[in-house]
Design a protein around this ligand. Structure first.
Ligand SMILES: NC(=O)CCC(=O)C(=O)O
Length: 318
């Protein structure tokens, strides 16, 4: 409920009744974002992802992230051809139909890492619907979370970019929080999801220490909005934010902006790359979160007596 006029005198500041959040990050966590060069050959994309994940793991990463649609080119014409079902999400599937799942699971267990596997086009064989879905695997190779892109990338800027994901994809219906028991909770969004502050706010209010967005911004919006949106989600919530893009390719139909980055809870870009293939690494620390939240204590100054506590809004079942 919004009142039309609010005067400072009528609504004096007072600390919210909401208790301080429990501490979000349990110990330092090395994050690696793989800005992967991808092409049209799915098998080659999976093999190459494996090489880069191995490289990141050999440098001590605890959590490794791949970009949006890392197994395929990014484009609505490609999604049906590259789509795979996901075991456990839509029942059992023969291994030959799930090469991306198999590869990611094996990489996570071989390297003993948490692997946020960017996203792939997912086929639900029961409904024939397609989704843009991120899978997260534990160091034992178990699938511990899936996030179906909630906000589909439907935009049209005359003369610049026209992209309508909803022509072929269906939207996810659930915000996603993944529990990494040694470290804490991470929220997941996919690309266009970053434009909607609600997912990050929900995750932060439920205690996440980071939001991770596999994404593939474009050459029109990327230069203006990619960093701005990531830093916005970080400063709003005083959490780490990671944006992981594919590398830019001159041959691709969709030209990715690149510039994968890690943003700290003070909204500073602490690690970033250009448009070429590379790995962006940063150690996320509990101390940085504490320092920022102590200095600017918005996490305990929220006025849920004025605007409803969004942390009580639960996920919707699909
Ligand atoms: N893959 C996407 O969702 C792209 C989002 C994007 O480029 C934007 O401007 O938003």
């Amino acid at each position: 409920m919004f009142r039309r006029f609010l005067s400072a005198a009528a609504t004096p500041f007072r600390a919210a009744a909401t208790p301080a959040m429990s501490f979000p990050l349990k110990k330092p966590c090395k994050l690696a974002l793989i800005q992967l060069a991808t092409g049209n050959d799915k098998t080659a994309n999976l093999k190459h992802a494996g090489e880069k994940v191995a490289e990141a793991a050999s440098r001590g990463a605890n959590v490794v992230v791949l970009p949006e649609c890392f197994n395929s080119p990014y484009g609505t014409e490609y999604f049906p051809k590259y789509a795979e079902p996901i075991p456990g999400v839509t029942g059992a599937h023969p291994p030959e139909s799930t090469p991306s799942y198999n590869t990611l699971s094996a990489l996570a267990s071989t390297h003993k890492i948490y692997l946020i596997g960017g996203s792939i086009p997912e086929l639900d064989p029961r409904t024939q619907k397609l989704y843009n879905t991120s899978m997260t695997f534990s160091p034992s190779g178990a699938l511990i979370a899936t996030h179906r892109k909630v906000h589909l990338f439907d935009i049209s800027i005359p003369g610049k970019i026209h992209f309508i994901e909803s022509e072929v994809l269906s939207p996810g219906m659930t915000p996603t929080l993944v529990d990494l028991p040694e470290f804490g909770l991470i929220g997941i969004g996919i690309c266009y999801d970053v434009r909607f502050p609600e997912l990050a706010m929900l995750a932060a209010r439920k205690g996440a220490f980071a939001m991770v967005y596999p994404g593939a911004f474009n050459m029109t919006t990327g230069p203006v909005h990619w960093e701005l949106l990531g830093r916005g989600r970080a400063v709003d919530n005083q959490i780490y934010v990671a944006l992981c893009s594919p590398a830019r390719s001159a041959e691709a139909g969709y030209t990715a902006w690149g510039h994968s980055m890690v943003i700290d809870p003070y909204a500073e870009v602490v690690a970033v790359t250009d448009e070429t293939e590379g790995i962006v690494e940063w150690v996320l620390t509990p101390e940085r979160i504490t320092e920022v939240r102590k200095g600017i204590p918005v996490t305990v100054q929220r006025r849920f007596d004025v605007y409803a506590d969004i942390s009580v809004v639960g996920p919707t079942e699909e």
